[in-house]
Design a protein around this ligand. Structure first.
Ligand code: AGP
Length: 364
């Protein structure tokens, strides 16, 4: 992409709208229909190495950490390898046990975030195998890792990450499919995921075409002093990322909680002045998610749902297109990027350069 604004008022808006093309680029040349898998040229991990992996540990900061949380779920679901994500900034200070059978993955847009780089260096010193999932080609983290995947989001200028997050999650989908097909994911499931990946660019365009509805909703909710974001399992990291986006760009306080944890405390916060954004995918947890909406409604909470069909308990629903269950998180956060953008715009915020934040944090 160029730095030409092409009619957009901010880089954030421009970058949100570049996502269909960016995802298309992340997929291009990587899908192998013959074996229902993908080619990831720079991974530097042969089939024997991939089969020997016992755990996956993903490290990143902020938005990249949230992408890693979705990635860990994808790898666990598709490749059946126990996986989790942790903020690199925490990992590096807790003297972690470094396990030779664990595959470590460092996630970073800039490839220069000091906390991630320091975690990679510590892991390398202890003999671990570390891959990178990075946007900026030739960056420090890309150079320090043993191999990896470039996410090909193109230059991201806005301090607040949008298109890079989406491409990171798509790249994790590719990696999960690759590891899965080396291990026990069937040809049929491989094909199913490939078909889902191919649908993404058109589905992203469909979501972005609904921008007017989201602009109106932003006006409706911009008076909130605080907002709750909830999701369950696949939806939880989506809720966390959406809450971070809103905080960063609008300065509205936002909390993200697993919907399943509401009754263990945060339900006490629910009242009309504390709206909830709920991630409600049409998957095997739909009824559980609907039960959470009922709990909130019973306390007079306002609800904005992001779902695959209208939710009666919600005051408003943003309907997004359905993909394969495992890939739904890629799409469900996109309208909430626009919600954050329009909320910040209504409040007159400095959208591309929120106060106190830098695009890459290269210091401790
Ligand atoms: C994203 O909106 C943030 N500004 C921030 O959380 C960012 O994702 C984080 O600092 C990590 O940056 P990186 O991806 O360049 O490593």
């Amino acid at each position: 992409e160029s730095y030409d604004m092409g009619g957009h008022d901010t880089y954030m808006h421009k970058e949100i709208h570049e996502q269909a093309d960016a995802v298309d680029r992340a997929l291009r040349g990587r899908i192998d229909d013959r074996f229902s898998t993908v080619h990831l040229g720079g991974l530097n991990l042969d089939a024997r190495d991939a089969r020997a992996v016992r755990r996956v540990k993903i490290l990143g900061c902020g938005t990249s950490y949230h992408a890693g949380q979705i990635g860990a779920q994808m790898i666990e679901e598709l490749a059946r390898i126990p996986s989790d994500a942790e903020p690199a900034s925490e990992f590096r200070y807790r003297n972690p046990v470094v396990d030779p059978d664990t595959l470590y993955i460092a996630v970073s847009q800039s490839g220069e975030t000091y906390d991630v780089l320091a975690a990679v260096q510590e892991l390398k010193r202890k003999g671990a195998r570390v891959l990178g999932l990075v946007n900026v080609v030739g960056s420090a983290i890309a150079r320090e890792t043993d191999g990896g995947i470039y996410v090909h989001a193109g230059p991201e200028v806005c301090v607040v990450s949008t298109k890079c997050f989406t491409n990171m999650v798509v790249s994790f989908g590719l990696l999960a499919l690759h590891l899965g097909r080396i291990r026990d994911l069937s040809v049929a499931d491989g094909k199913r995921i490939i078909e889902g990946l191919r649908k993404l660019p058109a589905q992203i365009s469909e979501i972005l075409a609904n921008e007017e509805q989201i602009e109106k909703l932003a006006a409706e909710y911009a008076d909130a002093k605080s907002m709750m974001f909830i999701g369950r399992v696949r939806g939880y990291p989506v809720a966390r990322e959406a809450s971070l986006k809103l905080k960063e760009v609008s300065y509205i306080h936002a909390e993200a909680y697993p919907a399943s944890e509401l009754k263990h405390g945060p339900l006490a916060l629910i009242e009309p002045a504390m709206p909830t954004v709920a991630i409600v995918p049409d998957d095997d947890l739909l009824e559980k998610n609907r039960a959470a909406l009922e709990e909130i409604k019973a306390r007079s909470g306002r609800i904005l749902a992001v779902a695959h069909r209208e939710q009666e308990k919600a005051d408003h629903t943003i309907v997004v297109p359905k993909n394969e269950d495992e890939l739904d998180p890629i799409l469900m956060g996109i309208p909430l990027q626009l919600l954050a953008y329009y909320t910040a715009k209504a409040m007159g915020r400095d959208i591309d350069k929120p106060r106190n934040l830098a695009k890459s944090v290269t210091v401790e």
